[in-house]
Design a protein. Structure first.
Length: 284
């Protein structure tokens, strides 16, 4: 626990000098709301560290209300702050299950907000993988909070911490990112670049990257005790194109690198993965 606390402090310090996945505050007239619904596609690894990739058709959804409540993909929360300089509040989100076919379904929110993925999935490979014989990880409802802080007009720090992942419901994950939005683009375009990391406790690490004695006997994969710490570092680029006052085309590419104990797991076939997604959404 002492090591995990140190990692959390380090991650927060790094982000301050420079799917956390909540919409920005949107000051609206009382009683109003803002909603996006649409459809898109995603190309992503079957699971973190896999060499196999999946294509999926994904619905997208995001709703915000004037009282600060929001639904963004498979997460929901509430902006409690009345000051744009400090954006914080509670958060709940659904963590997808993991079976031998990889991560299961979710809903992808529009804009720069990225959640989990849902829709009919198409495996690019029909052969077995390292998840066969491992315990399935059940979908879990995670609870936590978010805190975002603007460092400059264009630079924003975001932090999300959630608890409850894994079959024993004790997995913890902290996401900390820096996001820079370009202001010298045409008004109907928005490009945001991000850099960040995810920190996890040992329970989370063991659930997703560890191999127990029983699993080792079933699969012949060596036993592995995963440790707490930084799970990954990632870079992403988001492009929003407002086609009109009602239609939005949003695209994202993310490059992630597993590090630390997670990268040493015998389940990891490739430490570096990328995800590409694009969707068309209608604003109501």
């Amino acid at each position: 626990m002492k090591k995990l606390f140190t990692f959390i402090l380090v991650s927060l310090a790094l982000s301050n000098v420079g799917q956390a996945q909540t919409p920005t505050q949107n000051l609206m007239p009382d009683g109003s709301h803002d909603m996006y619904l649409g459809l898109g596609a995603v190309f992503r690894p079957s699971y973190e560290g896999a060499t196999k990739y999946k294509r999926a058709i994904v619905p997208v959804m995001q709703v915000q209300w004037s009282n600060g409540a929001f639904i963004s993909g498979m997460s929901a929360g509430w902006h409690l702050s009345q000051q744009p300089q400090h954006d914080f509040g509670p958060l709940v989100m659904l963590e997808p299950s993991r079976t031998p076919s990889g991560l299961s379904n979710g809903i992808n929110p529009p804009g720069i907000l990225q959640g989990n993925f849902t829709g009919p999935e198409y495996d690019l490979a029909k052969t077995s993988n390292k998840l066969i014989g491992l315990d399935n990880i059940q979908a879990r409802l995670l609870v936590g909070a978010f805190y975002h802080y603007p460092l400059t007009e264009n630079l924003r720090q975001t932090n999300v911490i959630v608890f409850g992942a894994g079959n024993d419901k004790n997995g913890l994950r902290l996401s900390s990112d820096l996001r820079y939005s370009f202001s010298d683009l045409p008004a109907h375009h928005r490009v945001t670049l991000g850099i960040g990391l995810n920190v996890i406790n040992q329970t989370y690490a063991q659930s997703y990257f560890g191999v127990s004695d029983a699993e080792s006997r079933r699969t012949l994969i060596r036993r592995f005790q995963a440790k707490a710490g930084v799970k990954d570092v990632h870079l992403d680029a988001n492009w929003n194109w407002n086609l009109s006052s009602s239609w939005l085309l949003t695209s994202k590419i993310q490059l992630g690198q597993l590090v630390g104990s997670a990268s040493d797991s015998p389940l990891v076939e490739r430490r570096t993965n990328f995800t590409v997604s694009s969707a068309l959404a209608y604003r109501f």
